[in-house]
Design a binder for this molecule. Structure first.
Ligand code: MG
Ligand code: ZN
Length: 216
């Protein structure tokens, strides 16, 4: 019984996610769902991307958080449209929360939309929200075993960023082992190594993004 209820919830969610996708497509908005554990660098990556693409690409942001609006305030200072979703304790965004946020954004003025999901490697992967690409960020201090522990997250990922590579000399992170595990789960995923602190590797991420925007 419980299994059936869960299936119904998930398929209703998928339906709304599809409608979100149509809304985004009809406005020409390329959308990235940004997922990671807390503190891996979702907000830092979005900020760094906004700073580098300012003037070239019109960016909007949806910030998902359980209760605070700290990240939305930080992003808002960059002068881009940002909508905060407080999930009210829910540990993931779903398609209808996302729809409400989309309805409050000037979509016709946005080319690239980041949706910062709640910091959580588990159920955020289970709920489609209508984004074109799923981005998963791992940071080197978290250790390299996360793809083994949370395989679904890496299975739904289109692109994986290893963040905080400037800390590699100080932490136990085996980059090759990590990449191998991710590729075993998901052969087609692209993996980039970056540091939002030093800027290392960010150019490659930006050129991936700009390529996606061109082929929108
Ligand atoms: Mg954040
Ligand atoms: Zn959840």
């Amino acid at each position: 019984m419980e299994i059936k209820v869960l299936k119904d919830i998930l398929s209703a969610n998928d339906q709304i996610a599809q409608e979100n996708r149509q809304l985004l497509d009809s406005n020409g908005v390329f959308t990235v769902n940004v997922m990671s554990s807390p503190g891996a660098g979702k907000t830092s990556l979005i900020l760094e991307t906004i700073r580098r693409l300012k003037g070239a690409v019109q960016i909007g942001v949806i910030e998902g958080d359980i209760s605070s609006s700290i990240d939305a305030e930080t992003i808002g200072k960059e002068g881009v449209p940002v909508i905060q979703i407080n999930t009210g304790g829910e540990c993931h965004l779903d398609a209808s929360m996302t729809y409400r946020a989309l309805s409050n954004l000037p979509l016709q003025d946005i080319e690239l939309l980041f949706i910062e999901n709640v910091g959580n490697l588990i159920c955020t992967a289970e709920f489609a929200i209508g984004a074109h690409k799923n981005l998963v960020i791992s940071s080197t201090p978290e250790g390299f075993d996360k793809p083994l522990k949370y395989p679904l997250m890496f299975t739904v990922a289109d692109i994986v960023l290893i963040n905080k590579i400037d800390l590699l000399p100080h932490v136990n992170f085996d980059t090759d082992a990590y990449k191998k595990t991710v590729k075993n789960l998901n052969e087609s995923v692209e993996i980039f190594e970056v540091s939002c602190t030093t800027g290392q590797g960010i150019d490659r991420w930006l050129s991936w993004l700009q390529n996606q925007l061109r082929n929108r």
